[in-house]
Design a protein around this ligand. Sequence first.
Ligand code: ANZ
Ligand code: ZN
Length: 844
Amino acid sequence: MAKNNHFQNKKQFILDMFPYPSGAGLHVGHVESYTATDILARYLKMNGRKVLHPQGFDAFGLPAENYAIKTGVHPQETTKKAIKTFKKQLAMMNFDYDWDREINSSDPGYYRWTQWFFLLLYKNGLAYRKKAKVNWCQNCQTVLANEQAENGRCERCEGKVIQKDLEQWFFKITDFIESRKKTKGLIEGLKNIDWPQSTKQAQLNWIGKSEGAIIKFPISNFQFLNKPKNPNNKKHLEVFTTRIDTIFGCTYCVLAPEHEILDELKDQIKNWGEVQNYINQARNKTDLNRLEAKEKTGVKLTGVEVTSPFNQEKLPLFVADYVLSHYGTGAVMAVPAHDERDFEFAQKYNLPIKTVIVRGKTQNSRLRKGFSGQVKLKTQNHKTKLKTVSGDIFTDYGILANSGEYNGLRSEEAKEKMTNWLEKEKLGGRKTNYKLRDWLVSRQRYWGAPIPIIYCDKCGVVPVPESDLPVKLPDDVDFLPTGESPLKYSKSFQNVKCPACGGPARRESDTMDTFVCSSWYYLRYADPRNDQEFAAKDKLKKWLPVDLYVGGAEHTVLHLLYARFFTKALHYLGYLNFDEPFSMLRHQGVILAEDGTKMSKSKGNIINPDDVVKEYGADALRMYEMFMGPLEDAKPWNTKGIVGIRRFLEKMSNFIISNYHYIRTKTEGVFSPNQDKIIIALNKTIKKVSEDIKFLKFNTAISQLMILGNTLRREPEANDKRGPHFGGTVSYFKDLKNLKFIVILLAPFAPHLAEELWGKLEHKSSIFKEKWPDHDENLIKEEKIEIPIMVNGKMRDTLEVDPEISEENIKKLALESNKIQKWLNGGEPKKFIYVKGRVINIVL
Ligand code: ANZ
Ligand code: ZN
């Protein structure tokens, strides 16, 4: 379970996802997350913490290169200009970054270490080169990422995308899925970090672990083909299944078009010509295309059969592209009665459909018989898609039927027994599969960190010696896409002496995926100017891991996975003493247009922070975005809202200045006769604002400030018609200290205004040097109450809380209690029930 110490530690590393410096500049989404971390960082500093709150730029990447292709402006120029704009805007918003630590991933002083990491992984067997299929646009003559090739069309020219084999570099991320030695794996490590559950789930889906079995199906007559002299040498077809319990319902088997066995079988296959044709067609489709094709296609291999090892039934064998070559064994046993895709295929090719699982008592009932409608299905490419299914097919676990000696067993039991039998008979066995592939890191692109490898005819692959780093990006390149890396055409870059033998050699001309740059940047902030190491050990120890990381939820599954992989590899190799980079993660919600739709360039409904600041001021923008709703929610923009915030700030400002004036002139009578009451209101506010900031609940903190504002304005006993700013009735503090507290409370939210007011209150130094006020518990009076925490009906702990505590907050406290954590044992409770003011019930 998530551990959140609510920023109690002395050191706090509060991190924003560093932005890509796009020409469009800062958008309101940036402002949202950066304001959140800025408020927290300022608050923590005022509370005596040592805070690291840096910012930098994820400066390599495709947009700048594409822009260069279009206009001829060098990416270096475009990037420099964009960073300048960004920094101006960030300063305008008054974000309190430690600019001494600024980093820029396209800076040679930075990418030198990106290259160093490449070599480190290479030397430790964690980076390797192999031929791989890539998406290739024939029109643009270039490699495309999967996201750029959706629907088999090039994102840029709409041209046809084919699959092409190229030598590529990979990082062995799959080595870290499960724990190794002391390093917790990518799955295991999720248990101890405080991240949104949905993000953890997205990581798990992407890793796609599934536990199943390999089953060997003998292939008819195969022994006579390959080794005629040894008739005992039977050849088997191996399939991977997660549902061995359905084996008696298997009515045919399917090979992926790329399956190697096809070549071995080709003399036996009577319709080889037709099959070959089909294979060629499949080659030009992307995985996504193949999986989501409306109509399944395939070809039956005539002359070949396989035998089910459980009942000796002879089954036809097909080649069909709904089976992928690089998952499992590239072959499946098809069970049309209990699998969607097999069902569609069987219907089309008139294959038998045999029910072997019937509904019974089962734990994870998902699909009811007779059900028809939309369900969420996990597809091979890790996306959850809505798909219409027919109720005739039952895909859940149940009770076995038509399955010989296994009849009547529950699916779970049958799986165990059947797999044990397989292992005994040596016809297969348990097998765990993962969807996650190794990370393809090479790009045939210019604007990225060059891969520090040299190829020599004599010595082969030679890593660039560390002392020769960085391998600098040359300037003399042509950006026009030719299908090869632009660096190939830079003579100054390509030709090089072999570091091993001194003979002529050439450099690797691919650059690294920009995700490599962003996989380690948080480490660099600890020691950004070090030119001996990526960061000194003591500095890493001082600042890392990151205590809070805030950034968007979309597009970050991969970034987060890759950063975790880097940290784990570095931990494994002894460079770091922690194996998870981000102890706590939060995502800001999307800010929508006023009509609730997405902001987009094409719709012209983008709110530009520059315009808003010009009209209402940066403080109003900051505070408005925090007031819109909970940080993590999607929220529509509302100009009326920002007008309200602006007015609130004006009133507070006027109040403080006039109250100060009265304190200075000591006009008795203008002060509230009931000082106690307003001091209580102030103390409540100190308490609530402090707590809310720690829980990142900025919207309710601001509400509380507004409540305080109202109290100051409306107190009926005060009767001073001269207090014009709050409608005539004002309750002033007598004591300057209390007035100052209000300004301090406002400071993290509205730093411009607070600093200015602080000056008006005749201070010489910055308000941000002040200590955050403590509330006086005695003044607040509300007693705490004790709430028992029951786990599965037994009392395991108690909590002392404010009677008004929200369910969300009490849940956090309860789940964080050491005693309760023991019972949770790393998991999440099944149920959490809070009976307000009385009891907490946790069901495990
Ligand atoms: C028989 C079966 C019966 C299956 C049934 C499912 C339901 P996950 O959970 O995603 O790992 N499969 C195996 N290899 C495949 C490949 N290379 N391409 C496409 N599909 C493949 O999925 C595992 C299931 O996906 C396997 O279990 C197999 O179909 C299919 F009622 O085997 B099953
Ligand atoms: Zn050599």
